[in-house]
Ligand binder design. Structure first.
Ligand code: NAD
Length: 267
């Protein structure tokens, strides 16, 4: 299967290059790597960029030939770039695996339109562990009901600029889905000062920032006399790249549509 990576000079981009180049035994071949115009990575060998041996793929700045040639393109970039790439994926009928976060409603609509023409797999967290955690949280929330208070705690490195994390919000949506409520109506995203007692049915979020923590998430179900805590800890970013390649392999030969990692894992 022919793979391309866009945003290949980014932190995740390099991880994705590495994952594709070290997955030859699974039939993966890197056919193109695209960086932003003006990037210092342009013209460099993609293997070297990934910290591996040269692979004879030069980093280019034009994504059009890549989407025409590749079977699947892995994209962890920015919302604006991802929106443009999804249109190219639709034209080329290229599988588009999207890890980019912070997409607006308009961006999401554009992806839905592109997904009429090609398989698109999108997830704010592509790790297999977090995907399973989401499914577990939905299941537990459905079983335990409102008498167990749900609190979602996350910790990330000191450079992270948004809170709560996209993954924490996805876990909140999973909990809300289990209870058949809308997260927007139940979420309590911060607490300070005299907040009053906790409202029944609220889904609370708490955020910690510090050090080089890749990403820890705990969903707490606190009842009277017992507490159930489900935790995922990421110790490296390679888990996201591994999930992205797995998603692309899964999508090969599938009908056009907008899929999630839960589809990929058949959850
Ligand atoms: P980064 O800033 O290191 O990398 C982004 C790269 O995209 C940069 O190299 C940038 O130059 C490039 N880019 C931007 N516009 C481009 C364009 N038009 N053409 C080509 N390249 C372009 O950031 P990062 O840490 O690698 O994260 C990237 C995205 O992935 C973020 O949205 C982040 O939140 C998300 N992310 C998702 C997951 C997941 O599992 N879904 C995991 C980690 C990060």
């Amino acid at each position: 299967m022919k793979f391309g990576v866009v945003g290949c000079a980014g932190r995740m981009g390099r991880m994705l290059l590495r994952e594709v180049l070290t997955s030859r035994d699974r039939g993966c071949e890197l056919v193109g790597a695209v960086a932003r115009e003006g990037s210092s990575a342009l013209g460099h060998d993609a293997g070297i960029l990934a910290g591996l041996d040269p692979c004879n793929v030069r980093v280019e700045d034009d994504p059009v030939p890549l989407f025409a040639d590749a079977d699947a393109v892995l994209d962890f970039t920015t919302p604006t770039a991802t929106r443009r790439f999804s249109a190219l994926a639709a034209q080329g009928k290229t599988i588009h695996v999207i890890g980019t976060t912070g997409l607006s409603d308009g961006d999401e609509n554009a992806l839905s339109k592109a997904a009429r023409h090609t398989p698109i797999i999108q997830a704010a967290n592509m790790s297999l562990g977090v995907t399973l955690l989401e499914a577990l949280v939905e299941r537990v929330a459905r079983t335990l009901g409102d008498e167990y208070d749900i609190e979602i705690l996350e910790m990330h490195h000191r450079r992270k600029v948004d809170a709560p994390s996209g993954t924490a919000l996805a876990l909140g949506r999973a909990a809300a889905a289990g209870r058949e409520v809308a997260l927007d109506e139940k979420a309590v995203r911060s607490r300070d000062g005299h907040t009053g007692a906790r409202e029944a049915g609220a889904i609370g979020f708490a955020t910690l920032r510090g050090g080089d923590v890749v990403g820890d998430h705990t969903v707490i179900f606190a009842g009277d006399g017992e507490r159930l805590e489900l935790t995922h800890k990421a110790s490296g970013r390679d888990i996201y790249a591994r999930g992205a390649v797995r998603a692309a392999l899964w999508a090969h030969g599938r009908k056009p549509g907008l899929y999630t990692m839960r589809d990929v894992l058949d959850l």
